[in-house]
Design a protein around this ligand. Structure first.
Ligand code: HEC
Ligand code: HEC
Ligand code: HEC
Ligand code: HEC
Ligand code: HEC
Length: 212
C-alpha cells in the first residue's frame, strides 16, 4: 500500500468506527424496523444510513463505494427492444410509451397497441416483431424484466418529482443512448438523499418511509 492508500484506509476505518459509535445512540433504524416489521438486513441498512452521520469528505468515499456496489449488468429482456433506436435515432418521446397514468406514482410500460402502430408494418417479417405481433393478437403483455424497483416500504411518486423539475436522466441515466437498460441510475437511499440534500428537500426518515 502507498502512503496515500494507508491514509485513506485509516480515514475510512476511523470514520466507520465513529459512525458505528454514533449509531448506537440513534434509535431511528430500530424504531423504523419495528414499525415496518422489516426483515432488516442489518448491515446493509446501517451501511445505507452511515453517510448521513459523516462529514463531506467521507461522504464522497462512501458514495464511490456505493456506486461500485450498485452497478449491475442489464437483464436479458424477452425482446431485443432498444431505447437507443426508438428514443435516440427515432426520437420518440418518453411519454409516448411511459404514460404516467393517474395517480402518477408509476410511469408504467407501453401497451402492445402502441408498438403495433408501427410494427404492424415496420420490420413485420423479423422474428422478434412476429413474436410481438403474436402477443398483441392474443391480448398478452410482454413480461419485461424490471430494472428499477424500490421496496414496498418506500414512498415514491414519479409525478411529484417531474412536476418539481426532475428529469428522467437524473435518476435513470442517458436512456436514449442505451441499447439495453441496466440500473445505472442511483435509486438507493443514498441516491435519494443526495438530491434531497442538494435541493433542500426534507431528509426526515418519515418523509420517505412512513406513509398511509
Ligand atoms: C417506443 C416505446 C418507448 C419509448 C419511446 C421509451 N421507452 Fe422506456 N421502455 C420501453 C420498454 C418496452 C421498456 C421495457 C424493456 C426495457 O427495459 O428495455 C422500457 C423500459 C424503460 C425503463 C426501465 C424500467 C424498469 O424498471 O424496468 C426506463 C427507466 C425507461 N424505459 C425510461 C425511458 C425514458 C427516459 C425514455 C425517453 C428518453 C423512454 N424510456 C422511452 C419502451 C419505451
Ligand atoms: C414510431 C414507430 C415505432 C414504434 C411506436 C415502435 N417501434 Fe420498434 N422499431 C421501429 C423501427 C423504424 C425499427 C427499425 C426497423 C428495422 O431495422 O428494419 C424498430 C425496430 C424494433 C425492433 C428490432 C427488430 C429486429 O429484430 O431487428 C424491436 C424488437 C422493436 N422495434 C420493438 C418495439 C416495441 C416492443 C415497441 C413498443 C414498446 C416498439 N418497437 C415501438 C419503429 C417503431
Ligand atoms: C427522482 C427520480 C426519478 C425520476 C426523475 C424518474 N424516475 Fe423513473 N423510477 C424511479 C424509481 C425510484 C423507480 C422505481 C419505482 C418503484 O419501484 O415504485 C422508477 C421506475 C421507473 C419505471 C418502471 C415502471 C414504474 O413506473 O415503476 C419506468 C418505466 C420509469 N421509471 C421511467 C421514467 C421516465 C420515462 C422518467 C421521465 C419522464 C422517469 N422515470 C423519471 C425514479 C425516477
Ligand atoms: C434529482 C433529485 C431527486 C431525487 C434523485 C429524488 N428526489 Fe424526491 N424530491 C425531489 C424534489 C425537488 C422534491 C420536492 C417536490 C415538491 O416540492 O413537490 C422531492 C420530493 C419528494 C417526496 C415528497 C413528494 C411526494 O411525492 O409526496 C418524496 C416522498 C420523495 N421526494 C421521495 C424520494 C425517494 C424515495 C427518492 C429515491 C428513490 C427520491 N425522492 C429521489 C428531488 C429528488
Ligand atoms: C429521500 C428518501 C429517503 C429518506 C429521507 C430516508 N430513506 Fe431509508 N430508504 C430509502 C430508499 C429508496 C430505500 C431502499 C433502498 C434500496 O432499495 O436499496 C431505503 C431503505 C431503508 C432501509 C432498509 C435497508 C435494507 O436493508 O433494506 C432502512 C433501515 C432505512 N431506509 C432507514 C432510514 C432512516 C433511519 C432514515 C432517516 C435517517 C431514512 N431511511 C430516510 C429512501 C429514504
Amino acid at each position: 500500500m502507498t502512503e496515500m492508500e494507508t491514509l485513506r484506509a485509516e480515514e475510512l476505518q476511523d470514520a466507520q468506527s465513529k459512525a458505528v459509535g454514533l449509531f448506537r445512540e440513534i434509535e431511528d433504524v430500530a424504531i423504523l424496523r419495528r414499525k415496518l416489521g422489516l426483515p432488516l438486513r442489518d448491515i446493509v441498512g446501517r451501511a445505507l444510513c452511515l453517510p448521513f452521520y459523516l462529514p463531506a469528505k467521507r461522504w464522497a468515499i462512501t458514495l464511490v463505494f456505493a456506486a461500485l456496489v450498485s452497478a449491475q449488468p442489464a437483464p436479458e429482456q424477452p425482446l431485443p427492444y432498444s431505447h437507443k433506436l426508438h428514443a435516440g435515432s427515432l426520437q420518440l418521446k418518453c411519454k409516448l410509451c411511459h404514460v404516467n397514468a393517474d395517480p402518477g406514482d408509476v410511469m408504467g410500460f407501453p401497451s402492445l397497441a402502441t408498438c403495433m402502430t408501427c410494427h404492424s408494418s415496420i420490420a413485420a417479417k423479423k422474428p422478434s416483431i412476429q413474436k410481438l405481433a403474436a402477443a398483441a393478437r392474443s391480448g398478452q403483455e410482454i413480461a419485461w424484466v424490471r430494472v428499477y424497483r424500490t421496496p414496498p416500504f418506500v414512498w415514491f411518486s414519479h409525478r411529484s418529482h417531474l412536476e418539481a423539475g426532475s428529469k428522467c436522466e437524473n435518476c435513470h441515466g442517458p436512456v436514449a443512448e442505451r441499447e439495453k437498460m441496466n440500473r445505472e441510475g442511483d435509486i438507493s437511499m443514498v441516491g435519494c438523499m443526495t438530491c434531497h440534500q442538494s435541493k433542500k428537500v426534507s431528509t426526515d426518515c418519515s418523509f420517505c418511509h412512513e406513509r398511509p
